[in-house]
Unconditional design. Sequence first.
Length: 147
Amino acid sequence: MTTDRGVPARISIVTLGVADVARSAEFYTALGWKRSTASSPEIVWFRTADSVLGLFGVDELAADAGIPPTGEPSFRGVTLAVNLESRELVDAALGTAVEAGATVVKPPAETSWGGYSGYFEDPDGHLWELAHNPFFPFTEDGQLDLP
């Protein structure tokens, strides 16, 4: 619900700045993600369980935001996460990501908080966490159901 004050607590779109839109689109398609027909050669859209992922040229994204391009990417202090229903699904998802061209940054392992988690980076260095958190249930449509 939108009000006339504040910012709604939702993330509608995450747009990743990428070096080669076509190459990155191939990577996410190889993960099994469905490309939206709203896509164009300049920007590619993928619908996720509760938001949209966009792929846009990194220099064009910087220009759109009104900031200068930063050159070679490095750790940005941001990770994206896909929570899964089991440890086995984490391992299977990581295998799919590697087959698609991802680089494993941290193999999945048990965590101090009682879950199971690992990280990969996409062809542009964006970090993705694959995690199973037994304390975060899912709704029937695949969204996290946090208290």
